[in-house]
Design a protein around this ligand. Structure first.
Ligand SMILES: C[S@@+](CC[C@H](N)C(=O)[O-])C[C@H]1O[C@@H](n2cnc3c(N)ncnc32)[C@H](O)[C@@H]1O
Length: 312
């Protein structure tokens, strides 16, 4: 399937790209958003991160054709501040994060992200790391499996699935996505299996989040991103499930809260020290009707944007 960048126009508007600005795409993928940002630059520069080597390799040519100044950084975005500082960059005009797995990663059976193919249970975005989905299902304790499936997958049948994983692996290692899908099916009543939607969706989401430390990484990059923004600089974040969106919403809300320096003195809101950041859109941005119809991936996408205020 061809990779289509989600909410491309909304992201460009959200970032308000300046031709001389310094921008960061923390999740390069196949470079759709990155090329659109690069296309608006003249004397500016774009730094792109991805921890997946194939994303870096495949986007290089596309970015080169934009004629913009750019640099590709094969690294987890949790190293954003350190990697930029190493290059003499202390502050930036805009940061984009389009989280999760890219369509090419998802659609490549060998990466083991999808329950639609029977392949090795992998799910690593960074193929150089040791932890993968196979290691988790074969070595994590029952309690840890239940916790992950519940917390990261909001899976109601977490105890039954974890119990059946434990049972299956005493007979033989669980090696493929297909074997795991069978175990999940055996753990659910027929009335649930007959419902719309794949029964393995939540378990696969949970394992992917655990394999790639997605929620901790997100908290870290949001924190670094806020620090890196110049006055009037913006950070735009697209999430694809509620756990991620809740984190972004909370971090942005806290950053925009006016601060009371001495909590013992009762003050009106107008008397509080104004927060350093403000939300660009009060309400979350979602895909428009045309995109919803043409790009299935956009259905769960939510975009939130924050701006650093000009210091007074
Ligand atoms: C949804 S895709 C981005 C698609 C991209 N915006 C485009 O238009 O083609 C997400 C990408 O972010 C990368 N990614 C996810 N988490 C990451 C992290 N912690 N550090 C660096 N890259 C990450 C994935 O490898 C994937 O290539």
């Amino acid at each position: 399937m061809e990779h289509v960048s989600v909410m491309l126009q909304q992201c460009l508007e959200a970032l308000n790209v300046r031709e001389d600005g310094i921008y960061v795409d923390g999740t390069l993928g196949r470079g759709g958003h990155a090329c659109a940002i690069a296309g608006r630059l003249k004397s500016g520069k774009l730094y792109c991160f991805d921890l997946d080597r194939s994303a870096i390799e495949e986007s290089d040519g596309k970015l080169a054709r934009t004629g913009a100044d750019y640099e590709l950084i094969l690294s987890n975005f949790i190293n954003m501040k350190a990697e930029l500082n190493k290059r003499g960059v202390e502050a930036v005009d805009g940061i984009l994060l389009d989280l999760g797995v890219s369509s090419p990663q998802f659609d490549d059976p060998s990466r083991g992200f999808s329950y639609r193919y029977d392949s090795r249970l992998d799910m690593r975005m960074d193929q150089s790391q040791t932890l993968d989905a196979q290691l988790i299902v074969n070595t994590y304790s029952y309690q840890d499996l239940v916790r992950i499936l519940r917390d990261y997958g909001e899976e109601k049948f977490a105890p039954a699935i974890a119990r059946n994983i434990e049972k299956a692996r005493t007979l033989k290692q669980i090696e493929t996505t297909g074997e795991l899908v069978d175990i999940i099916r055996q753990s659910m009543p027929a009335r649930v299996l007959n419902k719309k939607g794949h029964p393995a969706k939540q378990t696969f989401q949970a394992l992917r989040i655990e394999v790639n430390h997605e929620l901790d990484n997100l908290r870290s990059v949001l924190d670094q991103g806020l620090q890196l923004l110049k006055p009037q600089g913006r950070m735009a974040v697209i999430t694809f499930h509620s756990l991620e969106d809740e984190i972004v919403k909370k971090v942005f809300r806290n950053a925009c809260q006016n601060q009371q320096i001495d909590k013992r003195i009762p003050l009106k809101d107008s008397e509080l020290k104004q927060a350093d950041y403000q939300l660009v859109n009060k309400k979350v941005i979602t895909a428009d009707q045309a995109e919803l119809e043409s790009n299935h991936r956009s259905h769960s996408a939510k975009l939130r944007v924050i701006e650093r205020r000009t210091s007074q």
